[in-house]
Design a protein around this ligand. Structure first.
Ligand SMILES: *Cc1c(COP(=O)(O)O)cnc(C)c1O
Length: 377
């Protein structure tokens, strides 16, 4: 028998979260005269660990799919996705361009070197492109003073039939925690991109889920939001849990107890004895460790659900196992089901917080050795 650990991916939760995003965008607090933005479902990093093919199914109703990896984009086409695909970092070398052309993949253009490569290229069909402004993230994108000239080069490439539809794009650094920093980025975008033709794309999950923010981003015209993490049922915010945002977890990580015993008062459990029992404590051992993608830094007290009861981890997480407190779960025994995160267990965000990280990292880090079960309902 294989180890009892498994990850479960729910297509219905994916559909639910996409609908929840659209409901946020439609919120009556938003100007009713504005067309609701289109949604790029962000599926980079193997759909945040959930699998590209699941994303193509679960987000079938999205307006487009956005990711980083050309191979993942081609896999979406091979899986039958015929809608728009956007590569958020664009392309990396001239040899990528024929592949983009063949599979009708749209690109982000964020640096002059990419424009140089496009100026040397010929294509069968024009490539749609988003020209990226660095409005304050200070990562990718043209600086505000370079933006208009870069956009001019893109428009010239459009004239030559190398580029097709153009759009303006930027990315927020602090949409989850600093409204003023975001407002400053919007002002930089407005100034740099004013009057340029084409659609606009600014909002990640945090901005998309901030009431009415998208409507303040561009005065008019077609807008595309780019939610990622919220579509998987995790929160982009420190203080706003996913359930309160109307989201459902897409990934549930399950395992079972493979041992249960009493840890006598004063004894330690696991490497380093980072937990010692203050009194005789019933301890369960779960078939799940950091080699499965569970965070090694999860501290004693990290929430975990055993036999339907919320309890906590004890001591250090090992490569293949972790220990849990069975005092609140007297009926637990070998074989009892454990939910590490997801439906029927703690939110992945709570496990992440107890480990000093974010839900994004835990979802992306699910290990290849964990069997994945797809819930197609
Ligand atoms: C990852 C990413 C997103 C989505 O971010 P979330 O916080 O997961 O919503 C949007 N845009 C760009 C450019 C990204 O890299």
């Amino acid at each position: 028998m294989p180890r009892p650990i498994s990850a479960h991916i729910s297509w219905s939760a994916m559909r639910h979260n996409l609908l929840a995003v659209r409901r946020h965008l439609d919120s009556p607090r938003v100007a009713a005269d504005r067309a609701r933005p289109h949604v790029w479902a962000v599926i980079k990093a193997n759909a945040y660990g959930h699998g590209i093919l699941n994303a193509v199914q679960g987000f079938a109703a999205a307006d487009g799919l956005a990711m980083l990896d050309l191979n993942e984009a081609v896999r979406c086409r091979e899986a039958g996705w015929s809608g728009p695909i956007l590569l958020l970092e664009g392309f990396f070398e001239p040899a990528d361009i024929p592949v983009l052309d063949q599979h009708r993949i749209s690109i982000t253009v964020h640096c002059a070197e990419q424009l140089d490569m496009l100026e040397q290229a010929s294509v069968g069909r024009p490539l749609d492109a988003m020209v990226k402004l660095d409005s304050g993230m200070n990562r990718l994108g043209f600086q505000p003073a370079e933006y208009r000239p870069a956009y001019g080069r893109a428009l010239a490439l459009q004239q030559r039939g190398v580029l097709g539809a153009l759009g303006r794009m930027t990315h927020f650094a602090r949409a989850d925690d600093d409204a003023q920093a975001t407002a400053r980025q919007i002002a930089v975008f407005d100034e740099a991109a004013r009057g340029l033709p084409g659609s606009a794309s600014l909002c990640n999950s945090a901005a998309t889920l901030t009431d009415g923010l998208w409507a303040r981003c561009v005065a008019a015209g077609e807008q595309w939001v780019r939610p990622g993490i919220c579509l998987y049922g995790a929160t982009p915010f420190d203080e706003r849990p996913a359930a309160g945002l109307g989201l459902r977890p897409v990934m549930t990580l399950r395992s079972r107890l493979i041992s249960a015993h009493v840890l006598p008062a004063g004894a330690g459990v696991g490497y380093g004895y980072t937990y010692t029992a203050p009194h005789d404590t019933r301890v369960g051992v779960v078939a799940c460790g950091y080699a499965d993608g569970y965070p090694r830094h999860a501290a004693t007290g990290t929430p975990v659900c055993v036999g339907g009861v919320m309890t906590r981890t004890l001591g250090r997480v090992s490569m293949d196992m972790l220990a849990v407190d069975l005092d609140p779960v007297p009926h637990a025994e070998v074989g009892t089901e454990v939910v590490l995160w997801g439906e029927g267990g703690p939110p992945v965000d709570d496990v992440a917080r107890a480990s000093g990280t974010v839900g994004y990292e835990l979802l992306c880090a699910l290990a290849p050795r964990v069997p994945v079960h797809i819930e197609r309902d």
